[in-house]
Each structure stands twice: as structure tokens, then as C-alpha cells.
Design a protein around this ligand. Structure first.
Ligand code: SAM
Length: 387
């Protein structure tokens, strides 16, 4: 099977975790780039990647890169792509554009120029034009314009891969599913040890941990755009069906307990709805508890991973109040003997206020906020903490 050059996009900072994951899924010639990872994969490997990747946001098949000055440059560049190889007159499509340092200020305008070129080319080839369907297109075209450099790609996955289908209720500041998964992968969580998020909000970390612990492929219950492409469908669909069967056979009971705690009733309510929608209702235990006073659950120590408030809301008593909160948290969590900690925070005062020595720090972005994932060795193992 021929290997295609592909690009998987990732939340900023998670490129190394994505590269590790792609390697494990059989991708070749893996090269990290800003905002994603380039790699080569055949259809068999592509299907495994979209089914199993927990970190990739989208998997793109690049169609071409062009210098595209002005509005005519955009049209002329997009018209060179052999769209007829990917779309028939009955195929619906949509174009999504992103811009970086471009002379154009509206991404919608760039998308429109690409759309016009695509429609004109197909009309010239087939005599009819394909229809746009922005809600549920068969083929999603992704255009990225950096200065005057236009990249055009097809999105193999369709709906972004972070849309796992379980987020039915949100709270303030939920994490992206892919960021939570990347954090757990970086922390070496395999699901074989106990897991606690003592400030779970809508439950993202606990749900991603539950999916890892039960070996549930994130794509198990969703569809992928490539199975609707005219030329690809016949080859991709049987492979996707087979990959789904294999993924289903991998599912196992969780070998260790998982806990999602929060002191806020509304957050716990949202977490409960999401945990249930993820099919983890019998696996993730939800508990109302204050992280400043509650001790570890009664089980063999494992991993505590959490994303405490950053204090960007005035209601939290300003930076002084946040520092006292982080200090009190450090005292409590520092006493969780035997537990490893992974804490993601975007407040620059967190590390010193928390007052524990991290083994390492990882730079990650939670949306636009630059954060640190601080990794602490097993509590009580003081010598291991010193680096
Ligand atoms: C940034 S949010 C977590 C978001 C979560 N990662 C998600 O994806 O939805 C922080 C959470 O910490 C909770 N929290 C703050 N202080 C707490 C405390 N002392 N004990 C327990 N939960 C707390 C808040 O109620 C909030 O749900």
C-alpha cells in the first residue's frame, strides 16, 4: 500500500506527545512542526491513526502549497489543484480557512476564493458544480494562508478528533480532550494505576483517563470523513470497519479505580453527565470534596492529575488569594504519600506558591494561555524529587 505524506494538527505544546503516539501507531518519517506533526502513512495506518490517536486534532492530506499574492493569486493557486480526483459532481464540500500574518483580514474571504476556484474547475471538467454544505460536508477542504503562502489540504477525519461525542455539558474553562489526553500520555499514565482528579470541573481528565484505562479507542463510536470520499470510500470503509472491530476487542475493564472530585455541585453535575455519555458511569467515581482538606482515596497510590483554577477571574480574590490557595493546595497534596502528581497551571506564581520541587516542567498551551505541566515524583520519596 502506498504511503501518503500527511499532517496531523495538535494543540500547541503537544506535538512531542503526538509524535510518540503516531510512532506507536505505525506512522513513518515523523517530523514535528509547530502546531502539528508531519508523517507518512498508508491507508491501513491512517485508519488506525484516526481511530486511536488521542492527541491529534485533525489528520490532513496536503494537496499543494502555493505562493498566492492578492485575491487573484488565491484563486489561481486553488484552481491548479486537481479537485476532480477527490470530488464528483454529487459530492458536497466546505472550505475552512485560517490566516497567519496575511494581507487578507477575513478568513471567510480566503475560503470563498478557494471555493470559487474549486467550483469553476469542477464545472469546467464535469459541466456541473458540486454543492457546498457547511454543516455536514462529504469533503472538508482546509486552507491555511501564512503571509502569501497558501496550503490546501483535505481533512481525513471530518469533525475534529477532539470531538469524542461525550461532552454534553460544560463548566467554566473546560480543557480540550486532546490536551487532557496529551497530559496523561506525558505523565506515563497507562490506566494500570489508580487515578484522581481532585478538581475535575466537567471531568475531561478523568474521562480521558477512563478511556485509556479501559483501552477504548477515542474514535470507536464516531464516523470519519474519508469514508465519504468518492475515490477513497471503497478502500477506506472496509479498513475502518475492521479497525473498529479490532478496537472493540481491545476494550477491557479498568484495572484500578478512577476518581473525579470537585467541591462545586454544578461542576460535578456536568462531570456526571459527561462521564455517563462517555460510557464510563460505572468506572469513574464522582465525589464532592474540597481539595484543600480531602486526603487520598483508600486505595494503592497512583496518579493525581489536575488542572486547578488559574485565577484569571476577579471573583477568586486576585493574585494574593490565588497564592494562598496554591500554598494550601501544596500542603495538602504534598501529604498524599506515594502518589505522583501532574498539575497543569497557567498562573506564573503557581510553582513557587505550591512549594514542592517538580521533577520536570512541560510547556503546554490551554487555548491561548501558556501553561506549565508540573510533574512531581511519588510523594514521600523525597530523594527522587530532587533534580
Ligand atoms: C479550571 S477548572 C477544571 C476544568 C477541568 N479540567 C475541565 O476540563 O472541565 C477548575 C475546577 O476546580 C474546582 N475547584 C476549585 N477549588 C477547589 C477546591 N478547593 N476543591 C475542589 N475543587 C475545586 C472548580 O470548581 C473547577 O471546577
Amino acid at each position: 500500500m502506498e504511503r501518503l505524506p500527511l499532517f496531523a494538527t495538535a494543540t500547541r505544546g503537544t506535538e512531542p506527545m503526538l509524535a510518540t503516539e503516531l510512532d506507536a501507531l505505525g506512522a513513518k518519517k515523523i517530523r514535528q512542526d509547530r502546531g502539528g506533526v508531519r508523517f507518512m502513512a498508508n491507508l491501513h495506518e491512517i485508519v488506525r491513526i484516526v481511530m486511536h490517536s488521542r492527541v491529534a486534532m485533525r489528520v490532513l492530506y496536503p494537496l499543494g502549497e502555493f505562493e498566492a499574492p492578492g485575491k487573484d493569486g488565491l484563486y489561481d493557486a486553488a484552481k491548479q489543484v486537481p479537485w476532480e480526483e477527490w470530488l464528483s459532481p454529487n459530492t458536497t464540500f466546505a472550505v475552512e480557512a485560517t490566516l497567519k500574518d496575511s494581507e487578507h483580514t477575513h478568513s471567510g474571504f480566503v475560503a470563498l476564493r478557494v471555493k470559487d476556484a474549486l467550483v469553476d474547475r469542477l464545472r469546467e471538467k464535469h459541466g456541473v458544480r458540486p454543492n457546498v454544505d457547511t454543516k455536514d460536508p462529504d469533503v472538508s477542504v482546509v486552507a491555511h494562508l501564512a503571509k502569501q503562502h497558501l496550503s490546501l489540504s483535505l481533512d481525513l477525519s471530518g469533525e475534529p478528533l477532539f470531538k469524542r461525542g461525550y461532552r454534553v455539558k460544560t463548566t467554566a474553562a473546560p480543557m480540550k480532550e486532546t490536551l487532557a489526553a496529551a497530559m496523561l500520555i506525558d505523565l506515563g499514565y497507562t490506566g494500570d494505576e489508580a487515578f484522581v482528579d481532585p478538581m475535575c470541573g466537567s471531568g475531561t481528565l478523568a474521562i480521558e483517563a477512563g478511556l485509556i484505562a479501559t483501552r477504548r479507542a477515542p474514535g470507536l463510536r464516531r464516523q470519519f470523513a474519508m469514508s465519504r470520499w468518492p475515490e477513497f470510500r471503497a478502500m477506506a470503509q472496509p479498513l475502518l470497519d475492521e479497525a473498529r472491530k479490532e478496537a472493540q476487542a481491545m476494550v477491557r475493564p479498568a484495572p484500578a479505580p478512577l476518581f473525579a472530585r470537585d467541591y462545586d455541585e454544578e461542576a460535578l453535575h456536568a462531570a456526571k453527565r459527561n462521564v455517563t455519555a462517555a460510557g464510563l458511569g460505572a468506572i469513574v467515581r464522582l465525589e464532592e470534596a474540597d481539595a484543600l482538606t480531602a486526603g487520598p482515596p483508600d486505595c494503592t497510590p497512583g496518579l493525581l492529575a489536575t488542572n486547578p483554577p488559574y485565577g484569571d477571574r476577579l471573583a477568586e480574590g486576585g493574585q494574593k488569594g490565588m497564592k494562598s490557595f496554591f500554598f494550601a493546595l501544596g500542603k495538602t497534596l504534598g501529604a498524599w504519600d506515594g502518589w505522583r502528581l501532574g498539575i497543569l497551571n497557567g498562573n506564573t506564581a503557581f510553582e513557587s506558591a505550591f512549594h514542592q520541587k517538580p521533577q520536570r516542567r512541560v510547556r503546554l498551551w490551554n487555548g491561548p494561555i501558556e501553561c506549565r505541566l508540573l510533574v512531581y515524583g511519588p510523594r514521600g520519596a523525597r530523594s527522587a524529587d530532587r533534580v
